[in-house]
Write a protein that binds this ligand. Structure first.
Ligand code: KG4
Length: 365
C-alpha cells in the first residue's frame, strides 16, 4: 500500500511517499528555520505563508523521487494535530484536495504518534509494546506504546517542552534559533557540573517533568553575569578615560557584551546534563514499572548528544534494548507521518472533507 504523507505542523514543510508503513520511497523537506531565526522563534503567520508557497513543489518532488505515478497513491495521510493552527491548516487542506482529486482515503495523523513511528522506519523489526519518550519543541511526554494506535501517556511536562527550554537557553547564550543543535555543540567543550541547576520533582507524579525552572535558572545566571560584568566594565571605562563619568552615562548595550565573562560552554553542558537528568531516570523507572524491555526515544531533542549518550549507558546497564532514530528522523518530517498513517489506516482511521486542524490534542486520541 502506498501512502502519500504531508507534515506542516510547525516550520518544516514536508512531503513523503511510504510503502506499507516501513519503506520510505521519498522524503522531501523544506526547513524555514532561517526565516524565523531573525525573530528568535517561529512566527506562526510566516510559517503558514511559507507552507503555502512550498507545499506544492515538495509534493511534486516527493512523487517524482519516489518513482511512482500519482495514481499509484492508495491514501493520503496528513498531520492534523497538534501544532500551529494556521500551519496545520495548509497541510490539511492540501491533503484534502489531493485525496479528493485522486479519489483515495484521507487519513488523519497525530503529530506525536508520527514522532513515535519514526522508530518503525529506523528499526523495521520494532513492534509495540514499548516505552517511548517524545521530546520536541512543543511536547515532552513519556508514553506506553501498547499498540500502533493504542498509546497511553504516563508522564508529561507540566510546563515548557524540553525543546522550548533548549531554544530559550540557547537564545540567552546568544546562539540564535533553533538553539538546540548549537547549544549541543557548545556543550561539548564544557564542564557539566560547573553550574548547579535544578532537577525538579513533582509530588505524587513520578513521571511528570518540569523544565521552566531550569530555563529560568539559566536566564538568571546569564543576566546576573551581565550585571556583574556591567559594573566591571563601568569601572574600567571610568579608570581609563573619564574619572568623573557617572555609571549611568555608559553606552547603551555595553552590559550585554559581558556575557562573554561566563563560561558559556560549561553552562551549556550543565544545562544539557540537567535536562537529561530530568528525563532519562524517569523513562528508565517507567520502563521498569511497566515492564517494557524495549525503550524508544523520538522528537527533535532526541538528537541531543548528551541525552542519547545517557540513554545508551543507562539502558545497557538496565539490560533494556534502546531504539534511537537517526538524526534526520528525530526532527519533523513527513516519512514518519506516512508510516503512522499506514497503521492508522489499518485501524480504520478515515477523515472526510470536513477534517479540521487542532492546536492541541492528546496523543491517546
Ligand atoms: O521535533 P522537532 O523538529 O519539532 C517539533 O515537533 O517540535 O523538534 C524541534 C526542537 C527544537 O526545540 C530544537 O532546538 C530541538 O528540537 N533540537 C535539539 C537538538 N536538535 C534539535 N535540542 C537539543 N539538542 C539537539 N541536538
Amino acid at each position: 500500500m502506498i501512502i502519500f504523507a504531508i507534515e506542516t505542523s510547525c516550520d518544516e514543510t514536508a512531503a513523503a511517499v511510504v510503502r506499507d508503513g516501513r519503506e520510505v520511497l521519498s522524503s522531501e523537506l523544506f526547513s524555514q528555520a532561517d526565516m524565523h531565526a531573525m525573530y528568535g522563534g517561529v512566527v506562526p503567520e510566516i510559517a503558514s505563508r511559507n507552507h503555502v508557497g512550498h507545499i506544492g513543489r515538495l509534493a511534486e518532488m516527493a512523487v517524482k523521487n519516489a518513482g511512482i505515478a500519482k495514481n499509484d497513491i492508495d491514501a493520503v495521510a496528513v498531520t492534523y494535530a497538534p501544532g500551529l493552527i494556521g500551519a496545520l491548516l495548509v497541510g490539511v487542506n492540501f491533503a484534502k484536495g489531493l485525496a479528493m482529486a485522486l479519489g483515495v482515503p484521507l487519513v488523519p495523523v497525530h503529530h506525536i504518534r508520527g514522532h513515535i513511528a519514526a522508530n518503525y522506519i529506523a528499526y523495521p523489526d520494532l513492534e509495540p509494546p514499548f516505552l517511548c519518550t517524545v521530546v520536541s519543541g512543543g511536547n515532552s511526554i513519556i508514553a506506553d506504546v501498547r499498540g500502533y494506535t493504542d498509546i497511553c501517556i504516563i508522564g508529561r511536562s507540566r510546563d515548557d517542552a524540553a525543546g522550548e527550554c533548549f531554544d530559550k537557553a540557547a537564545r540567552v547564550l546568544g546562539l540564535g534559533y533553533p538553539g538546540g543543535p548549537a547549544l549541543d555543540k557548545l556543550a561539548q567543550g564544557g564542564n557539566d557540573s560547573l553550574f548547579a541547576l535544578p532537577r525538579p520533582v513533582i509530588d505524587g507524579a513520578p513521571y511528570d517533568m518540569s523544565f521552566s525552572g531550569l530555563k529560568t535558572s539559566v536566564v538568571n545566571i546569564v543576566h546576573n553575569a551581565e550585571q556583574r560584568g556591567e559594573t566591571q566594565s563601568d569601572k574600567a571605562l571610568t579608570d581609563k578615560a573619564s574619572p568623573n563619568k557617572a555609571p549611568q552615562d555608559k553606552e547603551p548595550g555595553k552590559a550585554s557584551r559581558n556575557i562573554e565573562l561566563i563560561d558559556k560552554a560549561s553552562l551549556a553542558a550543565s544545562f544539557s546534563a540537567a535536562v537529561s537528568d530530568i528525563l532519562v531516570p524517569r523513562v528508565m523507572a517507567a520502563a521498569a514499572e511497566f515492564d517494557r524491555e524495549k525503550i524508544a526515544i523520538a522528537g527533535g531533542v532526541a538528537a541531543n548528544s548528551r541525552i542519547r549518550a545517557d540513554f545508551l549507558r543507562t539502558a545497557e546497564a538496565a539490560g533494556r534494548t534502546l531504539f534511537i532514530p537517526p538524526l534526520n528522523l528525530c526532527g519533523d518530517n513527513a516519512a514518519m507521518i506516512g508510516c503512522q498513517g499506514y497503521y492508522e489506516y489499518l485501524a480504520g482511521a478515515r477523515a472526510g472533507m470536513d477534517l479540521n486542524a487542532y492546536a492541541t490534542m492528546d496523543v491517546s486520541g
